[in-house]
Design a protein around this ligand. Structure first.
Ligand SMILES: Cc1cc2nc3c(=O)[nH]c(=O)nc-3n(C[C@H](O)[C@H](O)[C@H](O)COP(=O)(O)OP(=O)(O)OC[C@H]3O[C@@H](n4cnc5c(N)ncnc54)[C@H](O)[C@@H]3O)c2cc1C
Length: 430
Protein backbone atom coordinates (compact mmCIF):
# COMPACT_ATOMS: atom_id res chain seq x y z
CA UNK A 1 0.00 0.00 0.00
CA UNK A 2 1.28 3.46 -0.89
CA UNK A 3 2.40 5.38 2.17
CA UNK A 4 0.79 8.45 0.57
CA UNK A 5 -2.59 7.16 1.66
CA UNK A 6 -4.59 8.30 4.64
CA UNK A 7 -5.47 5.39 6.93
CA UNK A 8 -8.79 5.19 8.77
CA UNK A 9 -9.32 2.75 11.66
CA UNK A 10 -13.03 1.89 11.88
CA UNK A 11 -15.69 1.64 9.19
CA UNK A 12 -18.60 3.00 11.25
CA UNK A 13 -20.54 6.16 10.50
CA UNK A 14 -17.59 8.47 11.24
CA UNK A 15 -14.95 6.44 9.38
CA UNK A 16 -17.05 5.95 6.24
CA UNK A 17 -18.10 9.62 6.12
CA UNK A 18 -14.45 10.58 6.39
CA UNK A 19 -13.60 8.22 3.51
CA UNK A 20 -16.29 9.83 1.34
CA UNK A 21 -15.09 13.31 2.30
CA UNK A 22 -11.43 12.58 1.51
CA UNK A 23 -12.47 11.06 -1.81
CA UNK A 24 -14.50 14.21 -2.56
CA UNK A 25 -11.45 16.43 -2.08
CA UNK A 26 -9.11 14.10 -3.97
CA UNK A 27 -7.25 12.42 -1.11
CA UNK A 28 -6.81 8.63 -1.34
CA UNK A 29 -7.56 6.60 1.76
CA UNK A 30 -8.11 3.08 3.07
CA UNK A 31 -10.55 2.08 5.82
CA UNK A 32 -9.70 -0.81 8.16
CA UNK A 33 -12.76 -2.35 9.80
CA UNK A 34 -12.45 -5.06 12.44
CA UNK A 35 -15.77 -6.74 11.58
CA UNK A 36 -15.38 -9.48 8.99
CA UNK A 37 -18.72 -8.54 7.47
CA UNK A 38 -20.78 -5.37 7.76
CA UNK A 39 -24.39 -6.01 8.72
CA UNK A 40 -27.25 -3.54 9.36
CA UNK A 41 -26.81 -3.47 13.16
CA UNK A 42 -28.46 -1.19 15.70
CA UNK A 43 -31.85 0.46 15.94
CA UNK A 44 -32.86 4.12 15.59
CA UNK A 45 -30.60 7.16 15.51
CA UNK A 46 -31.16 10.77 14.56
CA UNK A 47 -29.29 12.77 11.96
CA UNK A 48 -29.55 16.44 12.86
CA UNK A 49 -29.98 19.09 10.13
CA UNK A 50 -26.27 20.02 10.31
CA UNK A 51 -25.34 16.42 9.46
CA UNK A 52 -28.07 16.07 6.82
CA UNK A 53 -26.65 19.17 5.13
CA UNK A 54 -23.22 17.52 4.97
CA UNK A 55 -24.67 14.30 3.58
CA UNK A 56 -26.43 16.31 0.87
CA UNK A 57 -23.10 17.96 0.02
CA UNK A 58 -21.71 14.44 -0.33
CA UNK A 59 -24.48 13.58 -2.79
CA UNK A 60 -26.49 11.57 -0.24
CA UNK A 61 -29.78 13.43 -0.40
CA UNK A 62 -33.40 12.98 0.56
CA UNK A 63 -34.01 10.17 -1.99
CA UNK A 64 -31.37 8.03 -0.31
CA UNK A 65 -32.25 8.99 3.28
CA UNK A 66 -35.97 8.34 2.71
CA UNK A 67 -35.05 4.71 2.03
CA UNK A 68 -33.44 4.31 5.46
CA UNK A 69 -35.50 6.71 7.57
CA UNK A 70 -38.04 9.52 7.71
CA UNK A 71 -37.82 13.29 8.27
CA UNK A 72 -38.66 14.11 11.90
CA UNK A 73 -41.42 16.69 12.33
CA UNK A 74 -41.65 17.17 16.08
CA UNK A 75 -39.62 16.75 19.30
CA UNK A 76 -41.82 16.47 22.38
CA UNK A 77 -41.21 15.97 26.08
CA UNK A 78 -44.18 14.61 27.97
CA UNK A 79 -44.48 14.17 31.75
CA UNK A 80 -45.37 10.88 33.41
CA UNK A 81 -48.85 12.40 33.85
CA UNK A 82 -49.19 12.33 30.04
CA UNK A 83 -49.17 16.13 29.67
CA UNK A 84 -46.86 18.01 27.33
CA UNK A 85 -43.83 19.75 28.89
CA UNK A 86 -42.18 21.00 25.74
CA UNK A 87 -42.75 20.61 22.03
CA UNK A 88 -41.00 22.03 19.03
CA UNK A 89 -40.96 21.34 15.33
CA UNK A 90 -37.84 19.90 13.79
CA UNK A 91 -35.92 20.15 10.54
CA UNK A 92 -37.57 21.93 7.62
CA UNK A 93 -40.84 21.99 9.60
CA UNK A 94 -39.05 24.33 12.04
CA UNK A 95 -37.51 26.51 9.34
CA UNK A 96 -34.16 24.76 8.90
CA UNK A 97 -33.03 24.46 5.31
CA UNK A 98 -32.44 20.74 5.96
CA UNK A 99 -34.51 18.01 7.52
CA UNK A 100 -33.65 16.12 10.65
CA UNK A 101 -33.83 12.42 9.81
CA UNK A 102 -34.78 9.59 12.14
CA UNK A 103 -33.08 6.56 10.57
CA UNK A 104 -32.37 2.92 11.20
CA UNK A 105 -28.70 3.00 12.20
CA UNK A 106 -27.86 -0.25 10.41
CA UNK A 107 -29.62 0.64 7.16
CA UNK A 108 -27.98 4.06 7.15
CA UNK A 109 -24.59 2.49 7.85
CA UNK A 110 -25.05 0.11 4.91
CA UNK A 111 -26.02 3.06 2.68
CA UNK A 112 -22.72 4.75 3.55
CA UNK A 113 -20.82 1.50 3.00
CA UNK A 114 -22.37 0.91 -0.44
CA UNK A 115 -21.61 4.51 -1.40
CA UNK A 116 -17.97 4.15 -0.37
CA UNK A 117 -17.60 0.94 -2.38
CA UNK A 118 -19.25 2.52 -5.43
CA UNK A 119 -17.05 5.60 -5.35
CA UNK A 120 -13.73 4.38 -3.94
CA UNK A 121 -13.82 0.75 -5.05
CA UNK A 122 -14.13 -2.57 -3.24
CA UNK A 123 -10.57 -2.39 -1.95
CA UNK A 124 -11.11 0.86 -0.05
CA UNK A 125 -12.66 -0.90 2.96
CA UNK A 126 -10.63 -3.76 4.36
CA UNK A 127 -12.97 -5.91 6.43
CA UNK A 128 -11.58 -8.22 9.12
CA UNK A 129 -8.71 -5.77 9.73
CA UNK A 130 -8.45 -4.73 13.37
CA UNK A 131 -6.12 -1.82 14.06
CA UNK A 132 -4.32 -2.59 17.31
CA UNK A 133 -1.87 0.32 17.53
CA UNK A 134 0.29 2.87 15.73
CA UNK A 135 3.80 4.28 15.50
CA UNK A 136 4.69 7.84 14.49
CA UNK A 137 7.75 7.62 12.23
CA UNK A 138 10.67 10.07 12.14
CA UNK A 139 9.88 11.02 8.50
CA UNK A 140 6.43 12.26 9.56
CA UNK A 141 4.51 9.22 8.32
CA UNK A 142 2.62 6.84 10.54
CA UNK A 143 2.48 3.04 10.70
CA UNK A 144 -0.70 1.24 11.79
CA UNK A 145 -0.46 -2.26 13.22
CA UNK A 146 -3.32 -4.37 11.96
CA UNK A 147 -4.47 -7.79 13.10
CA UNK A 148 -6.11 -9.82 10.36
CA UNK A 149 -8.98 -12.26 10.82
CA UNK A 150 -6.59 -15.23 10.88
CA UNK A 151 -4.50 -13.66 13.65
CA UNK A 152 -1.58 -12.53 11.49
CA UNK A 153 -0.22 -9.04 12.08
CA UNK A 154 0.52 -6.60 9.25
CA UNK A 155 1.89 -3.06 9.24
CA UNK A 156 0.46 -0.36 6.96
CA UNK A 157 2.12 3.02 6.40
CA UNK A 158 0.26 6.24 5.69
CA UNK A 159 0.48 10.02 5.74
CA UNK A 160 -2.09 10.29 8.51
CA UNK A 161 -4.09 7.84 10.61
CA UNK A 162 -7.60 8.54 11.92
CA UNK A 163 -9.02 6.58 14.82
CA UNK A 164 -12.74 6.23 14.06
CA UNK A 165 -12.87 3.03 16.05
CA UNK A 166 -15.70 3.85 18.45
CA UNK A 167 -16.07 4.15 22.21
CA UNK A 168 -13.63 1.28 22.89
CA UNK A 169 -11.03 2.80 20.57
CA UNK A 170 -7.67 1.03 20.54
CA UNK A 171 -5.97 4.18 19.21
CA UNK A 172 -7.37 6.32 22.00
CA UNK A 173 -6.19 3.75 24.55
CA UNK A 174 -2.65 3.99 23.15
CA UNK A 175 -2.80 7.79 22.95
CA UNK A 176 -4.13 8.12 26.51
CA UNK A 177 -2.96 5.05 28.42
CA UNK A 178 -4.04 6.56 31.75
CA UNK A 179 -7.57 7.47 30.67
CA UNK A 180 -10.25 6.57 33.22
CA UNK A 181 -12.44 3.56 32.44
CA UNK A 182 -15.75 3.95 30.59
CA UNK A 183 -18.17 6.04 32.65
CA UNK A 184 -21.66 4.80 33.53
CA UNK A 185 -24.11 7.13 35.28
CA UNK A 186 -26.68 4.51 36.35
CA UNK A 187 -28.99 4.24 33.31
CA UNK A 188 -29.75 1.03 31.44
CA UNK A 189 -31.50 1.27 28.08
CA UNK A 190 -33.58 -1.43 26.45
CA UNK A 191 -34.10 -0.79 22.76
CA UNK A 192 -36.15 -2.29 19.99
CA UNK A 193 -38.42 -1.61 17.06
CA UNK A 194 -42.04 -2.52 16.52
CA UNK A 195 -44.47 -2.20 13.59
CA UNK A 196 -47.16 0.24 14.68
CA UNK A 197 -49.15 3.27 13.61
CA UNK A 198 -47.19 6.50 14.26
CA UNK A 199 -48.91 8.97 16.60
CA UNK A 200 -49.16 12.78 16.89
CA UNK A 201 -47.64 14.36 13.76
CA UNK A 202 -46.86 10.96 12.21
CA UNK A 203 -43.15 11.61 12.76
CA UNK A 204 -42.78 12.75 16.37
CA UNK A 205 -39.85 12.06 18.68
CA UNK A 206 -41.44 11.64 22.10
CA UNK A 207 -39.62 11.50 25.43
CA UNK A 208 -42.09 10.45 28.13
CA UNK A 209 -41.70 9.97 31.87
CA UNK A 210 -39.24 11.18 34.48
CA UNK A 211 -35.52 11.79 34.42
CA UNK A 212 -34.88 8.36 36.03
CA UNK A 213 -37.63 6.32 34.38
CA UNK A 214 -38.72 7.13 30.87
CA UNK A 215 -39.24 5.98 27.33
CA UNK A 216 -38.28 7.56 24.03
CA UNK A 217 -39.98 6.50 20.82
CA UNK A 218 -40.21 7.68 17.23
CA UNK A 219 -40.83 6.25 13.76
CA UNK A 220 -37.77 5.41 11.64
CA UNK A 221 -39.55 4.54 8.40
CA UNK A 222 -42.28 5.96 6.23
CA UNK A 223 -45.62 4.22 6.84
CA UNK A 224 -46.66 1.39 4.53
CA UNK A 225 -50.00 1.13 2.72
CA UNK A 226 -51.63 -0.02 5.99
CA UNK A 227 -50.28 3.00 7.85
CA UNK A 228 -47.73 0.97 9.83
CA UNK A 229 -44.13 2.11 10.30
CA UNK A 230 -41.06 0.87 12.18
CA UNK A 231 -41.27 2.54 15.58
CA UNK A 232 -37.97 2.78 17.45
CA UNK A 233 -38.38 2.65 21.23
CA UNK A 234 -35.88 3.04 24.04
CA UNK A 235 -37.04 2.25 27.57
CA UNK A 236 -34.69 3.69 30.18
CA UNK A 237 -34.34 3.07 33.90
CA UNK A 238 -31.77 4.73 36.14
CA UNK A 239 -30.38 2.60 38.95
CA UNK A 240 -28.16 3.39 41.88
CA UNK A 241 -24.58 3.19 40.73
CA UNK A 242 -23.86 0.07 42.81
CA UNK A 243 -25.99 -1.83 40.26
CA UNK A 244 -23.82 -4.25 38.27
CA UNK A 245 -23.98 -2.60 34.84
CA UNK A 246 -21.05 -4.53 33.40
CA UNK A 247 -23.25 -7.57 32.92
CA UNK A 248 -25.16 -5.59 30.26
CA UNK A 249 -23.10 -6.12 27.16
CA UNK A 250 -23.21 -3.64 24.30
CA UNK A 251 -26.44 -4.57 22.54
CA UNK A 252 -27.03 -7.76 24.54
CA UNK A 253 -30.18 -9.38 23.22
CA UNK A 254 -32.68 -9.90 26.09
CA UNK A 255 -36.21 -11.29 26.43
CA UNK A 256 -38.92 -8.66 26.97
CA UNK A 257 -39.82 -10.35 30.27
CA UNK A 258 -36.53 -9.09 31.78
CA UNK A 259 -37.64 -5.46 31.81
CA UNK A 260 -41.13 -4.87 30.34
CA UNK A 261 -42.79 -4.98 33.80
CA UNK A 262 -40.85 -1.80 34.73
CA UNK A 263 -42.96 0.07 32.17
CA UNK A 264 -46.43 -1.46 32.66
CA UNK A 265 -47.77 1.86 33.95
CA UNK A 266 -47.06 3.76 30.73
CA UNK A 267 -50.64 3.49 29.47
CA UNK A 268 -52.58 6.58 28.34
CA UNK A 269 -55.56 7.17 26.08
CA UNK A 270 -53.05 8.09 23.32
CA UNK A 271 -50.40 5.42 24.01
CA UNK A 272 -50.20 1.83 25.23
CA UNK A 273 -46.46 1.39 25.63
CA UNK A 274 -46.54 -2.19 27.01
CA UNK A 275 -48.56 -3.19 23.92
CA UNK A 276 -46.05 -1.45 21.63
CA UNK A 277 -43.05 -3.12 23.28
CA UNK A 278 -44.75 -6.51 23.17
CA UNK A 279 -44.88 -6.32 19.35
CA UNK A 280 -41.07 -6.38 19.18
CA UNK A 281 -39.41 -9.61 18.26
CA UNK A 282 -36.21 -8.77 20.07
CA UNK A 283 -34.91 -6.19 22.54
CA UNK A 284 -31.36 -5.08 23.16
CA UNK A 285 -30.01 -4.04 26.52
CA UNK A 286 -27.16 -1.64 26.88
CA UNK A 287 -25.86 0.68 29.54
CA UNK A 288 -25.80 4.40 28.79
CA UNK A 289 -22.07 5.02 28.80
CA UNK A 290 -19.57 7.65 27.75
CA UNK A 291 -16.04 8.71 28.64
CA UNK A 292 -14.57 11.74 30.34
CA UNK A 293 -13.27 14.29 27.81
CA UNK A 294 -9.54 14.09 27.04
CA UNK A 295 -7.21 17.08 26.66
CA UNK A 296 -6.26 16.25 23.06
CA UNK A 297 -7.44 14.03 20.22
CA UNK A 298 -4.12 14.00 18.40
CA UNK A 299 -0.66 12.50 18.62
CA UNK A 300 1.68 13.39 15.74
CA UNK A 301 0.10 12.03 12.56
CA UNK A 302 -2.81 10.37 14.41
CA UNK A 303 -6.20 11.89 15.29
CA UNK A 304 -9.38 10.56 16.85
CA UNK A 305 -12.86 11.32 15.51
CA UNK A 306 -16.45 10.35 16.35
CA UNK A 307 -17.06 8.17 19.39
CA UNK A 308 -13.34 7.42 19.68
CA UNK A 309 -12.79 11.13 20.36
CA UNK A 310 -15.97 12.12 22.22
CA UNK A 311 -18.38 9.29 23.10
CA UNK A 312 -21.67 10.84 24.26
CA UNK A 313 -24.86 9.81 25.97
CA UNK A 314 -27.59 9.60 23.32
CA UNK A 315 -29.71 12.15 25.24
CA UNK A 316 -28.89 14.85 22.67
CA UNK A 317 -29.42 12.52 19.67
CA UNK A 318 -26.18 13.85 18.23
CA UNK A 319 -23.50 11.12 18.49
CA UNK A 320 -23.82 10.05 14.86
CA UNK A 321 -24.29 13.65 13.66
CA UNK A 322 -21.14 14.77 15.44
CA UNK A 323 -19.14 11.91 13.86
CA UNK A 324 -20.31 13.14 10.44
CA UNK A 325 -19.47 16.76 11.30
CA UNK A 326 -15.99 15.75 12.49
CA UNK A 327 -15.30 14.09 9.15
CA UNK A 328 -16.47 17.13 7.21
CA UNK A 329 -14.49 19.55 9.37
CA UNK A 330 -11.36 17.54 8.73
CA UNK A 331 -11.98 17.79 5.00
CA UNK A 332 -12.43 21.56 5.23
CA UNK A 333 -9.29 22.06 7.31
CA UNK A 334 -7.29 19.75 5.05
CA UNK A 335 -8.03 22.01 2.09
CA UNK A 336 -5.99 24.67 3.91
CA UNK A 337 -3.34 22.60 5.64
CA UNK A 338 -2.89 19.69 3.24
CA UNK A 339 -2.48 16.06 4.30
CA UNK A 340 -0.23 16.97 7.21
CA UNK A 341 -0.32 16.90 11.00
CA UNK A 342 -1.06 20.66 10.80
CA UNK A 343 -4.59 19.65 9.74
CA UNK A 344 -4.91 17.52 12.84
CA UNK A 345 -3.59 20.30 15.08
CA UNK A 346 -6.11 22.80 13.71
CA UNK A 347 -8.93 20.26 14.09
CA UNK A 348 -7.92 19.61 17.70
CA UNK A 349 -7.55 23.32 18.52
CA UNK A 350 -10.95 24.18 17.10
CA UNK A 351 -13.07 21.34 18.42
CA UNK A 352 -11.57 19.18 21.17
CA UNK A 353 -12.53 21.35 24.16
CA UNK A 354 -15.85 22.54 22.71
CA UNK A 355 -17.14 19.09 21.80
CA UNK A 356 -16.00 17.75 25.16
CA UNK A 357 -18.42 20.26 26.68
CA UNK A 358 -21.27 19.01 24.49
CA UNK A 359 -20.57 15.48 25.74
CA UNK A 360 -20.70 16.74 29.33
CA UNK A 361 -24.03 18.47 28.65
CA UNK A 362 -25.41 15.18 27.39
CA UNK A 363 -24.19 13.51 30.58
CA UNK A 364 -26.13 16.17 32.45
CA UNK A 365 -29.28 14.95 30.61
CA UNK A 366 -28.90 17.21 27.54
CA UNK A 367 -32.33 18.45 26.42
CA UNK A 368 -33.95 15.98 28.86
CA UNK A 369 -32.75 18.30 31.64
CA UNK A 370 -36.21 19.88 31.43
CA UNK A 371 -37.63 16.74 33.07
CA UNK A 372 -35.36 17.30 36.07
CA UNK A 373 -36.55 20.91 36.31
CA UNK A 374 -40.17 19.76 36.35
CA UNK A 375 -39.46 17.22 39.07
CA UNK A 376 -37.53 19.73 41.18
CA UNK A 377 -40.27 22.36 40.93
CA UNK A 378 -43.47 20.35 41.26
CA UNK A 379 -42.60 16.68 41.75
CA UNK A 380 -43.94 15.98 38.24
CA UNK A 381 -47.50 17.06 39.21
CA UNK A 382 -48.88 19.86 37.07
CA UNK A 383 -52.01 20.89 35.23
CA UNK A 384 -50.40 23.47 32.91
CA UNK A 385 -46.65 23.41 32.32
CA UNK A 386 -46.60 27.21 32.02
CA UNK A 387 -47.33 27.37 35.77
CA UNK A 388 -44.13 25.39 36.42
CA UNK A 389 -41.64 26.55 33.76
CA UNK A 390 -42.64 29.58 31.68
CA UNK A 391 -42.50 29.07 27.91
CA UNK A 392 -39.61 31.55 27.51
CA UNK A 393 -37.53 29.65 30.07
CA UNK A 394 -38.18 26.33 28.32
CA UNK A 395 -37.26 27.85 24.95
CA UNK A 396 -34.07 29.42 26.36
CA UNK A 397 -33.02 26.08 27.86
CA UNK A 398 -33.42 24.30 24.51
CA UNK A 399 -31.70 27.05 22.53
CA UNK A 400 -28.65 26.90 24.79
CA UNK A 401 -28.34 23.18 24.09
CA UNK A 402 -28.80 23.55 20.34
CA UNK A 403 -26.21 26.31 20.14
CA UNK A 404 -23.64 24.23 22.01
CA UNK A 405 -24.34 21.19 19.82
CA UNK A 406 -23.99 23.22 16.61
CA UNK A 407 -27.49 22.88 15.27
CA UNK A 408 -28.97 26.26 16.19
CA UNK A 409 -31.20 27.15 13.24
CA UNK A 410 -30.22 30.68 12.27
CA UNK A 411 -26.51 30.04 12.51
CA UNK A 412 -26.74 26.84 10.50
CA UNK A 413 -28.99 28.31 7.81
CA UNK A 414 -26.57 31.21 7.31
CA UNK A 415 -23.39 29.14 7.34
CA UNK A 416 -21.55 28.63 4.03
CA UNK A 417 -20.90 25.07 2.86
CA UNK A 418 -18.31 23.34 5.03
CA UNK A 419 -16.50 22.15 1.90
CA UNK A 420 -16.98 24.48 -1.08
CA UNK A 421 -18.49 22.79 -4.13
CA UNK A 422 -15.81 21.23 -6.34
CA UNK A 423 -12.97 22.01 -3.92
CA UNK A 424 -10.11 19.54 -4.08
CA UNK A 425 -6.56 19.57 -2.83
CA UNK A 426 -4.42 21.18 -5.48
CA UNK A 427 -1.70 18.61 -4.90
CA UNK A 428 -3.93 15.54 -5.15
CA UNK A 429 -1.89 12.55 -4.07
CA UNK A 430 -1.04 9.65 -6.29
C1 LIG B 1 -22.86 -2.30 15.91
C2 LIG B 1 -23.23 -0.94 16.40
C3 LIG B 1 -24.58 -0.64 16.65
C4 LIG B 1 -24.95 0.62 17.13
N1 LIG B 1 -26.27 0.88 17.34
C5 LIG B 1 -26.65 2.09 17.81
C6 LIG B 1 -28.03 2.39 18.04
O1 LIG B 1 -28.92 1.57 17.80
N2 LIG B 1 -28.35 3.61 18.54
C7 LIG B 1 -27.38 4.55 18.80
O2 LIG B 1 -27.71 5.64 19.27
N3 LIG B 1 -26.08 4.31 18.57
C8 LIG B 1 -25.69 3.09 18.09
N4 LIG B 1 -24.36 2.85 17.86
C9 LIG B 1 -23.39 3.92 18.11
C10 LIG B 1 -23.43 4.96 17.00
O3 LIG B 1 -23.37 4.35 15.74
C11 LIG B 1 -22.25 5.89 17.24
O4 LIG B 1 -22.42 6.52 18.50
C12 LIG B 1 -22.13 7.01 16.25
O5 LIG B 1 -22.62 6.65 15.00
C13 LIG B 1 -20.67 7.49 16.11
O6 LIG B 1 -20.05 6.69 15.12
P1 LIG B 1 -18.54 6.25 15.07
O7 LIG B 1 -18.27 5.94 13.65
O8 LIG B 1 -17.68 7.21 15.78
O9 LIG B 1 -18.49 4.92 15.95
P2 LIG B 1 -19.15 3.50 15.69
O10 LIG B 1 -20.46 3.63 15.01
O11 LIG B 1 -19.12 2.80 17.00
O12 LIG B 1 -18.16 2.77 14.67
C14 LIG B 1 -16.88 2.29 15.03
C15 LIG B 1 -16.47 1.25 14.02
O13 LIG B 1 -15.13 0.89 14.26
C16 LIG B 1 -15.01 -0.52 14.24
N5 LIG B 1 -13.87 -0.84 15.10
C17 LIG B 1 -13.82 -0.87 16.46
N6 LIG B 1 -12.57 -1.12 16.88
C18 LIG B 1 -11.80 -1.25 15.76
C19 LIG B 1 -10.42 -1.48 15.54
N7 LIG B 1 -9.57 -1.64 16.57
N8 LIG B 1 -9.96 -1.54 14.26
C20 LIG B 1 -10.80 -1.38 13.22
N9 LIG B 1 -12.13 -1.16 13.37
C21 LIG B 1 -12.61 -1.07 14.63
C22 LIG B 1 -16.35 -1.01 14.74
O14 LIG B 1 -16.59 -2.35 14.32
C23 LIG B 1 -17.29 -0.02 14.09
O15 LIG B 1 -17.67 -0.41 12.80
C24 LIG B 1 -23.95 1.61 17.37
C25 LIG B 1 -22.60 1.33 17.11
C26 LIG B 1 -22.23 0.07 16.61
C27 LIG B 1 -20.77 -0.24 16.32
Amino acid sequence: MSQDKVLIAGGGIGGLTLALTLHQIGVPCTVFESAGELRPLGVGINLQPNAVRELADLGIGADALDRVGIPAREWALVGLNGKDIYTEERGTFAGYKWDQYAVHRGRFHMLLYRTVIERLGEDAVKLGHKVTGYRNNSDGTVTATVELGDGTIEAFDGRLLFGADGIRSALRAQMHPDQPPIHWGGTIMWRGTARARPIRTGSSFIGLGTSRHRVVFYPISHPDADGLADINWIAEQTFDTDHDWAKSGWFRSVPLSEFAHEFHGFVYDWLDLPALISQSEVAFENPMIDRDPIPTWIDGAVALIGDAAHPMYPTGSNGASQAIIDARNIGRIMLDHDVTPATLEAFDDQYCAAIGQVAMRNRGSGPFGLLEMVEARCGGQFEHIDDVIPAEERAAFMLAYQQAAGFAKDRLNRAPRTIPEGATLAKALA
